[in-house]
Write a protein that binds this ligand. Structure first.
Ligand code: NAI
Ligand code: MG
Length: 498
């Protein structure tokens, strides 16, 4: 029996799944120019749940043309900021009104528990649109006094203008929320967009597309092209009429996007991988730190760019913390995301299953020891056991490379002096966690860690108002907060001789 029929779905999701899926281009739902489609699978069963259009270069071109027209001449370009704000707010309201449907689709498509999809992905997406609805009316330039000219000779000011047509390429780990993180600020800035969802998880973006229309977004402002990275994604990042690409995904593809952008020197922002240290000091409140360490890696099945995948624990509490994390791992119930008893679903795809299991084998071969887990779970669907490795050292692949699965390497440390160097010994720099009751150690260490976000006595807490992004090879630029508006606006200096 397929998962689609094994669980009772809401009538709207049943209807959505039974209808043909199309691309959203210039306000119209259309097939791919090639007529090709590809299957979308339920990762809990590997059953096919839908076919979506395999958009490629021709569809990207049509979508960019529609976005350009909407940017240059459409109503979006001349709309009052308050009207843009109202539409963005209405999108948030519609996401909430369809929360159950969106959570169900996300769970079916990605594999995550429906409750997590609802409480985190859907709520987080609505909140992102609300926050940026407020910014639509608050993007402003400055009046700048001249420094070296006669003060009475010139009047100078800046304008913040939308950057133009934006390509947004998003991953499969938080499909709806990544769409929201990307779309909301770009809409607030007045840009028009071509969104390419991940091929593994295109459904919630297509569902969102009809909500965008219902909210009153003019035609062509957001275009949605489903398709593969190597075809649709590559065409979007190389397109000569795209002004900016915003990407979330692997560091490897981030580098391809930088190369592809060189043709027209489009602006690029990148939110890439991580190998984040989660650090437990001996004075930590272990009632907080142990669940924090476990959730930091196991939440979303470890498929999180900020996953706390290197767990540094001070020696004198190492055994206690590790046994606490292992106990929590034991309690995790694996199952389909739509089963209300499930704590952890499958990883997203066969490719990810193979990748994660490869790391598990490599960890053992290189001398690390799994205290729990260490292999695939079951033989149907893409389930992986939550895994805690000890006896790991910094030269191992499981310590150096992003695994993107429920796999943590625990590393003991003694001395606080070397800790920051050990934690920073990575090509990445996305996030870090510190668990301590010593306020001075917390701030001293937070300053030394080379990471875009440092969480103290919490982990994975994001907010629309807080900037998010990476040092080093974890990316370029910051999403969320007022800082993201720099990614979607150009500054124009206007100089007037008086
Ligand atoms: P990926 O980087 O290949 O895919 C992410 C997005 O990029 C998808 O929409 C994909 O279609 C697109 N893409 C792929 N190749 C492209 C190209 N040549 N040009 C333009 N767009 C392209 O990631 P993948 O293969 O799904 O996962 C591999 C690894 O990447 C994971 O194991 C994980 O380590 C990392 N990853 C990191 C994410 C993050 O949130 N930072 C999210 C997803 C994956
Ligand atoms: Mg890939």
């Amino acid at each position: 029996m397929s998962a689609v029929s094994a669980y009772r779905l809401t009538p709207r999701v049943t209807k959505f799944l039974s209808e043909p899926h199309k691309l959203l281009v210039g306000g119209k739902w259309v097939n791919a120019v090639s007529g090709e489609t590809f299957p979308v699978l339920d990762p809990a069963t590997t059953d096919e749940i839908a076919q979506v259009p395999a958009g490629d270069a021709a569809d990207i071109d049509a979508a960019v043309t529609a976005a350009r027209a909407a940017f240059e001449t459409g109503p979006w370009a001349t709309m009052k900021p308050t009207d843009r704000s109202r539409i963005i707010w209405a999108i948030a309201d519609l996401i909430e009104a369809h929360a159950d449907e969106l959570a169900e689709l996300e769970s079916l498509d990605n594999g995550k528990p429906k409750k997590a999809a609802r409480d985190v992905d859907v709520v987080g997406s609505a909140e992102m649109f609300r926050y940026f609805a407020g910014w639509a009316t608050k993007i402003e330039g400055n009046q700048i006094p001249f420094a070296s000219a006669d003060p009475g000779a010139f009047f100078g000011y800046t304008r913040r203008e939308p950057i133009g047509v934006v390509g947004q390429i998003i991953p499969w780990n938080y499909p709806l929320m990544m769409a929201a993180w990307k779309l909301a600020p770009a809409l607030a800035a007045g840009c028009t967009i071509v969104l390419k969802p991940a091929e593994q998880t295109p459904l919630s973006a297509l569902y969102l597309g009809s909500l965008l229309q219902e909210a009153g977004l003019p035609d062509g402002v957001v275009n949605i092209v489903t398709g593969f990275g190597e075809t649709a994604g590559a065409a979007l990042s190389a397109h000569p009429d795209v002004d900016k690409i915003a990407f979330t995904g692997s560091t490897e593809v981030g580098k391809l996007i930088v190369n592809a952008s060189a043709g027209n020197l489009k602006k690029v922002s990148l939110e890439l991988g991580g190998k984040s240290p989660n650090i437990v000091l001996a004075d930590a409140d272990l009632d907080l730190a142990i669940p924090g360490a476990a959730d930091g890696i196991f939440y979303n099945h470890g498929q999180d760019c900020t996953a706390g995948s290197r767990l540094f624990i001070q020696k004198k509490i190492f055994d206690k913390v590790i046994s606490g994390v292992v106990d929590r791992a034991k309690e995790i119930r694996l199952g389909p995301g739509l089963d209300p008893e499930t704590d952890m679903g499958p990883v997203v795809s066969e490719e990810q299953l193979t990748r994660v299991v490869g790391y598990l084998q490599n960890g053992v071969e290189s001398g690390a020891r799994p205290l729990i887990g260490g292999k695939r779970h079951g033989d149907r669907g893409y389930f992986v056991e939550p895994t805690v490795f000890v006896d790991a050292n910094p030269s191992m692949k499981i310590v150096r490379e992003e695994i993107f699965g429920p796999v943590v390497a625990a590393i003991p440390f003694d001395n606080l002096d070397d800790l920051a160097n050990a934690a920073n010994d990575t090509t990445y720099g996305l996030a870090a966690g510190i668990w301590t009751t010593d306020i001075s150690k917390a701030h001293t260490l937070a300053a030394k860690l080379r990471a875009g976000t440092v969480w103290v006595n919490c982990y994975g807490v994001n907010d629309p108002a807080m900037p998010f992004g990476g040092f080093k090879q974890s990316g370029w630029g910051r999403e969320m907060g007022h800082e993201v508006l720099e990614l979607y606006t150009e500054t124009k200096a206007v100089v007037v001789a008086l």
